[in-house]
Every structure is written in structure tokens, then in C-alpha cells.
Design a protein around this ligand. Structure first.
Ligand SMILES: Cc1cc2nc3c(=O)[nH]c(=O)nc-3n(C[C@H](O)[C@H](O)[C@H](O)COP(=O)(O)OP(=O)(O)OC[C@H]3O[C@@H](n4cnc5c(N)ncnc54)[C@H](O)[C@@H]3O)c2cc1C
Length: 375
């Protein structure tokens, strides 16, 4: 049997890996359990806001080594072809999850974290200790961070509210070769969804869209759906027609829920999408995942080193901090997504934003944070 860690993290995406890096850097013994091996492609737009750069550097993660695309411009194109453009207030970068998660994983191993490739199947909390069951073993820990993403078997184990409800959203992502402005992240609206296009490392173009299942299921396959629905936005059609797929077939995920979740469940501190997923068109889920790992890690360290005296104080502080940083962004994300479902409203708003670019900039600021400060 493995020796039990100070902190056990379930899930090794950006949130789990950032938490592992932070806690191990500060001397805690971390075990992270991830069901998949690295590197692996993930359904994601792969545009990351620069707000997390100072924190990544503090974690000794220099993303420039991955040769990301440096992104400074944003465009939104409505179905009628009207386009609103602005400069991104903070800017960002494009790097594939294939490279980025792998990079963080390698650094976590270097830091001495134990990474276990197993699936967590059960979790219980008794006498102030967690017991985690995987397909192969059982582990105990005083602190558990839930970083297992937007939807997992663990949500069922914990009987979380959102997991029993059907969600109307699915997503499709592919990597392509083709010409696309290296500095641009573009969002194209189409009936029942929106599609993000931007570059990642090595000139690769990421095309990733969120679609409503009701419209999608009327078509035989992804290609037919794209041609019948996405291509009605002529500018998006041109992007697809000028791109060649680098994947054998696109990656898909379904049942994407944007419902409210609790940041603490059964004494587990939830980080990243496990605590709440912002609509992807806001392009801020990755930064939020990393930022929430920072908030949780700092409080866990205070707990271990006696600045926070009880578990209930730890949980209360985490909920407060999480809400302070993310509640408003999630609210705006939901509001925006709702508004964009209405075609005429979207056309009018895009026309207005096209002539007042600062309006777009104001909207972007509502769904993004400020650069993360390190004390
Ligand atoms: C269509 C779409 C496009 C997006 N585009 C963008 C974008 O351009 N920019 C942006 O900032 N954000 C974007 N996002 C959001 C972003 O992808 C997420 O917010 C981010 O991936 C969250 O990271 P995470 O670490 O919380 O979760 P994840 O990256 O999903 O990691 C969770 C990990 O937990 C593991 N896991 C799950 N269950 C178990 C288990 N039982 N045992 C062990 N391991 C387990 C999984 O294998 C996974 O590796 C997009 C999201 C979607 C759906």
C-alpha cells in the first residue's frame, strides 16, 4: 500500500495539475489520480487569457517553451456575416491541451508529486479523514481536492444535483492546417451554437464549437451537420473550406452542463470545472481552473501550517473566495449565452458592437479576471 499523502487530488487537468504544482512547491506531499495517460487531446478552444501568466511563472511553468500563438485580437461574427472586432484587453495565448497538460504533468513529476493512472470510483469521509477507492487500491488523506472536470462518475457518487439532469449541449473540436490570423481569436455564431477559431503552437488551427443537441440530432453525421448549419455563416464556411483536418476524426463530448455547482461538497474542495463551468465562448475556463487551484492551495497551506484552525473555517473561506472571484463571471457567461440564442438580438448587438468596439471590450472584461497577483 502506498503511503498516504497530505493532499490527494482527483483529476489531472489544468486545475488538478496546478494544485499539485503549488502544494508540492510549498513542501506538501501530493498524490494526484488521473484516469488517462499524458499527452492527450481534449475538447477545448485552447485560447488562454494572459491573466494566469504571472501565476504560471511562479509555478515555474514557462509556456513560451511550448511556442504558443500570441493572441491579441477578438472578432465576433453573427450569422448574417456582420463582424464586431476589438483588441483583447489583456490578450492571451493559444496552446494545445495535448502539450500544455503534458508540460504541467512533467513538472509535477519533477516536483515529486506522485501521479497515479487510475480511475477514482468511490470517496467517503469519516472521522475527519477521506478514503478514496480507485480501480486498484484505497488511499486516505486529510484533504481532497476535486479536480475531475465538468462531468464524472464522482458526481454520481456524490449525488450532485446537476448530474441527474439532461444537458442540451455537445461540443466538437479538431486541429487543422490552414491560413488563419495568428493573433486572432474569432467566434462565429450559428443556429443553436457558436464556433471558436484560433491558432495554437506550430501554426495549427483549432476549430471548436458548442452545439445544441436538438438541432444536431436532425443530421446524419458531423460533416452533414456542419455543412447544413455552421456553413450558413459564410465566414465560418470559408474557414472550414480553407482548412485541412489533422485529426482522423473530430473529438466530441456531450452532456455539457453549465448549471450551478457547489465549490465544496462532502468536505471536498472543488476546483476548475468541478466547481463550475463558464460558457466556453467567454474563453476563460482554463484561466479559472488554474486560478481556483491557486485559491484552494493557498488556503490548504494555511490549514496545514495552522493559520486556519479548523476544517469548517477552511471550507467557509474557500467558498467565500471562490464566489468573490468567479460568481460574477459565471453569471455574465450564462446571460451572454442566453442572449446569443436569439438571432435578431445577436444581429442588432453585433451591428452596434461593430461601430462601438469598446462595447465588446467591456463585455469581455465582465467574463475575465485581472492578472493573478502573487504575494
Ligand atoms: C467546447 C469547449 C471549448 C472551450 N474552450 C475554451 C477556451 O478556448 N478557453 C478556455 O479558457 N476555456 C475553454 N473551455 C473550458 C476549459 O476547457 C475548461 O474550463 C478546463 O478544461 C477546465 O480544466 P479542469 O482541470 O477543471 O478539467 P479537465 O481539464 O476536464 O480535467 C479533469 C480531469 O479529471 C480526470 N477525471 C475525471 N474523472 C476522473 C476519475 N473518476 N478518476 C480520475 N480522473 C478523473 C479527467 O480524465 C480529466 O483529465 C472550453 C470548454 C468547452 C466545453
Amino acid at each position: 500500500m502506498r503511503t498516504n499523502p497530505d493532499v490527494l487530488i482527483i483529476g489531472g487537468g489544468l486545475a488538478g495539475l496546478a494544485g499539485a504544482l503549488h502544494l508540492s512547491k510549498k513542501g506538501l506531499k501530493v498524490v494526484l489520480i488521473e484516469k488517462n495517460t499524458y499527452p492527450k487531446h481534449k475538447v477545448c478552444g485552447e485560447y488562454i487569457s494572459n491573466e494566469i501568466l504571472p501565476y504560471l511563472l511562479w509555478l515555474d511553468i514557462d509556456v513560451s517553451k511550448l511556442h504558443p500563438a500570441s493572441i491579441s485580437k477578438f472578432e465576433f461574427t453573427a450569422q448574417n456575416g456582420k463582424t464586431a472586432k476589438t483588441r483583447l484587453p489583456l490578450g492571451g495565448f493559444g496552446v494545445s491541451r495535448y502539450e500544455l497538460d503534458h508540460f504541467l504533468f512533467q513538472k509535477a513529476v519533477e516536483n515529486g508529486c506522485t501521479i497515479v493512472t487510475e480511475t477514482v470510483t468511490d470517496i467517503s469521509f469519516e472521522n475527519d479523514i477521506f478514503t478514496i477507492t480507485t480501480s486498484e487500491e484505497m488511499l486516505s488523506a486529510k484533504i481532497v481536492l476535486g479536480a475531475y472536470g465538468k462531468r464524472s462518475n464522482i458526481d454520481q457518487v456524490l449525488s450532485r444535483d446537476f448530474i441527474s439532469k439532461k444537458s442540451p449541449w455537445l461540443a466538437v473540436k479538431g486541429h487543422y492546417s490552414g491560413n488563419f490570423d495568428e493573433k486572432l481569436v474569432a467566434l462565429y455564431n450559428f443556429q443553436g451554437g457558436y464556433c471558436g477559431v484560433s491558432k495554437v503552437e506550430n501554426g495549427i488551427v483549432n476549430i471548436c464549437y458548442l452545439a445544441d443537441f436538438e438541432t444536431f440530432k436532425k443530421y446524419k453525421n458531423i460533416e452533414e451537420y456542419q455543412k447544413s448549419v455552421l456553413y450558413k455563416n459564410n465566414k465560418l464556411k470559408a474557414v472550414f473550406e480553407n482548412s485541412t483536418s489533422l485529426f482522423e476524426k473530430p473529438l466530441t463530448i456531450s452532456q455539457i452542463s453549465f448549471d450551478r455547482k457547489e465549490p465544496v461538497e462532502n468536505h471536498i474542495l472543488m476546483i476548475g470545472d468541478t466547481a463550475g463551468l463558464i460558457h466556453p465562448m467567454c474563453g476563460n475556463g482554463m484561466a479559472m481552473a488554474i486560478h481556483s487551484a491557486k485559491i484552494a492551495s493557498e488556503l490548504v497551506l494555511d490549514f496545514y501550517y495552522g493559520k486556519i484552525e479548523s476544517r469548517s473555517e477552511l471550507e467557509k473561506k474557500y467558498i467565500q473566495e471562490w464566489k468573490k472571484h468567479f460568481s460574477k463571471r459565471l453569471f455574465f457567461g450564462r446571460l451572454l449565452a442566453k442572449a446569443l440564442k436569439h438571432k435578431n438580438f445577436t444581429h442588432v448587438m453585433t451591428t452596434i458592437a461593430a461601430s462601438i468596439p469598446s462595447l465588446l471590450s467591456v463585455i469581455i472584461k465582465q467574463t475575465h479576471g485581472r492578472p493573478i497577483t502573487i504575494e
